[in-house]
Ligand binder design. Structure first.
Ligand code: SF4
Length: 364
């Protein structure tokens, strides 16, 4: 590595990392699987989403859409419903589009090289490298936020968001990836990439890195003294929503609002109708909770209405409001917050599962 005064021992780095990863890697549902579709699903879900939240959704999503052709055959609404709670719904839409492309133009076969994978909708540099290395052993570096942090600290290079800074990280990461060996039954590149990400996620933490447990401590220039730029402080915002239910012919229904198709966030998804802050002054909420979306923490209050007083204050037009039976909620693309609230209020079961797809699709 160029910033060192003596030669960097790449082989020692790889060996130490590999030994540590074999002994300490977390057991995650998508580890040890060399199925490109499943890896694709997990990698897309893991972008900007906590591992715990992905674990909750990964199996359910694959049960509902077990193959790329099953995903391609689903409606967008069904895909968004299965994605509900993971946030960043654009990821689900793009993956759905890419699955349709694979089904229609590639005979349902996912490409095997990073270059071909990169051409699919929603697959960027990170995802194509992850799938190609983990599933096909391609010797290509995977760089996510965790890997970038590890490399900055190991080299002692200051954080740099310019293209030169990005190129430097990419270059360092590429230099560390093991080559593909002929007749090698192991997957050195895929394992190395996963080990680098694991190191950043569990040892080389953003704040308070656990340097004394680090397998590459001897090769690291900064050892916990790297100046990491402070992250933007989270802001807090209040948010109020209406909960209105009714019973018709023994069926309980809840009033939902569909977000506009042109909304920049969560377009077309369903939520409880938002209420202006001044309409709930002096009222007691039936539920209060906090909900984080990127750098904002929403302090959410839910207000129940037994008459139409509150409903009259909903800014949305009537065409956006829908009475939905509680039995249908699991089929709808609900926002993560709506899902959380309806589950907390026991209007929706925590394990509500969408109807399984037709058996024919499962076999495809
Ligand atoms: S020694 Fe510390 S700072 Fe360096 S890579 Fe390991 S955990 Fe990160």
């Amino acid at each position: 590595m160029p910033t060192r005064t003596k030669a960097f021992d790449t082989l020692l780095f790889r060996n130490n990392l590999s030994t540590w990863y074999t002994q300490h890697a977390r057991k995650l549902p998508w580890r040890g699987i060399h199925n490109p579709y499943k890896t694709w699903v997990s990698e897309i879900m893991l972008q900007q989403t906590r591992v715990a939240a992905v674990i909750e959704h990964y199996h359910d999503f694959l049960t509902r859409f077990p193959t790329v052709t099953a995903l391609a055959a689903a409606s967008e609404s069904d895909v968004l419903a299965a994605w509900s709670g993971l946030g960043y719904y654009r990821r689900a839409r793009m993956m759905h589009k890419a699955a349709q492309f694979v089904a229609e133009h590639l005979d349902g076969i996912i490409p095997t090289t990073s270059t071909e994978l990169r051409k699919l909708s929603g697959i960027g540099d990170y995802t194509c490298a992850a799938i190609a290395s983990i599933c096909y052993g391609e010797s290509i570096a995977v760089v996510d936020g965790n890997v970038e942090r590890v490399l900055l600290r190991i080299t002692g290079r200051p954080e740099d968001t310019t293209s030169a800074g990005k190129a430097f990280i990419q270059q360092q990461a590429a230099a560390l990836v093991p080559p593909r060996l002929i007749d090698d039954s192991t997957n050195a590149a895929g394992d190395h990439n996963q080990a680098m990400m694991e190191l950043g996620a569990t040892i080389c933490l953003p704040r308070g890195p656990l340097c004394l447990q680090c397998p590459v401590y001897d090769l690291c220039i900064t050892r916990g003294e790297h100046l990491t730029a402070p992250r933007g402080k989270a802001r807090t915002l209040p948010a109020a929503y209406l909960l209105e239910t009714r019973t018709r012919k023994h069926i309980t229904e809840v009033l939902l609002e569909q977000r506009p198709a042109e909304a920049s966030l969560m377009a077309g998804m369903y939520e409880l109708p938002p209420l202006p802050a001044d309409t709930v002054i002096g009222r007691e909420p039936v539920l209060s909770l906090r909900h984080a979306i990127t750098n904002t923490i929403y302090v959410v209050q839910i207000f129940e209405s037994t008459d139409t007083t509150l409903r009259a204050n909903i800014p949305a037009s009537k065409t956006m409001l829908h009475w939905t039976s509680t039995a249908e909620l699991a089929q709808l693309p609900l926002t993560g917050l709506a899902r959380k609230v309806l589950q907390r209020l026991k209007i929706m079961s925590p394990r509500s599962q969408p109807q399984p797809l037709l058996e024919a699709l499962n076999k495809s």
